[in-house]
Write a protein that binds this ligand. Structure first.
Ligand code: MN
Length: 251
């Protein structure tokens, strides 16, 4: 099995090291990841500056670009082999609900998916790497199951997986669920820099707004590993009907 590993926290993050160690004996497994933290970079590609690839002492390759850059160049010329699976993470913190729109962890996986390769994004539900070994084992088991049930041989998929930071004996089984929603983000934070200019810091994401049963928020709150299959087509097929009736009036 050929596996490409990426993340958005940077190639030195504990999450990607743990993920690599968990998967490394499953076949040809290589890391191509951002040099620096690229959280919340979504699917951004670097088009106006050159990208460089270096190899760290542990064999990981790192790139002065975004998560999507890493997967993109890995698949379009850097690697002389094609991955059967792109795996991203393990992210330092949750990627649930609308987080998935901003997430570089999901962005890296999505880049693989867009190129026709099955992909899985893994995140821990809290920052701080608590019980990272448990999360890495979960990732390993899911990749094994996906392989053993021949799912990587079928149509490409994009899975978003969030793992509660719990000891193994408290962690509940995988629950397939939809994305929830968060409240609108918290207020921007302003500070003055030493030169008297105002700095604006993006506030943190809001609390869960839709965390009903069946959502990723609900599942992980109950201790389950949440698994949400994602799609990329953003078409609102329900609202499309309304706009079609309006079409002649808009012309
Ligand atoms: Mn991150």
């Amino acid at each position: 099995m050929n596996i490409l590993i990426c993340n958005d926290d940077g190639y030195q993050a504990p999450g990607i090291v743990a993920l690599y160690e968990a998967l490394s004996d499953m076949g040809r497994v290589e890391v191509v990841a951002p040099e620096h933290n690229n959280s919340a970079k979504s699917n951004a590609l670097t088009l106006h500056s050159p990208l460089y690839v270096h190899r760290a002492a542990n064999g990981f390759r790192y790139v002065n670009g975004t998560p999507a850059d890493c997967v993109h160049i890995a698949l379009t010329g850097l690697l002389d082999w094609r991955p059967d699976l792109v795996v991203s993470g393990i992210n330092n913190g949750a990627n649930m609900g609308d987080d998935t729109i901003y997430s570089g962890t999901v962005g890296a996986a999505m880049e693989g998916y867009l190129m026709g390769i099955p992909a899985i994004a893994f995140s821990q539900t809290e920052k701080g790497w608590r019980h990272l070994d448990v999360a890495a084992l979960q990732a390993r088991q899911l990749v094994e199951r996906v392989r053993d049930h021949s799912l990587i041989d079928g149509p490409a998929f994009l899975l978003n997986v969030n793992i509660p930071c719990l000891p193994a004996e408290q962690l509940q089984p995988i629950q397939v669920c939809r994305l929830g929603r968060r409240h609108s983000a918290q207020r921007v934070i302003t500070q003055e820099n030493p030169r008297g200019d105002t700095m604006y810091w993006i506030g943190s994401a809001g609390a869960a707004k839709d965390d009903a049963e069946g959502t990723d928020f609900h599942a992980t709150f109950q201790g389950h590993v949440s698994l949400t299959p994602l799609m990329v087509d953003l078409t609102d097929r329900v609202d499309m009907v309304r706009w079609q009736t309006m079409q002649s009036k808009l012309a």
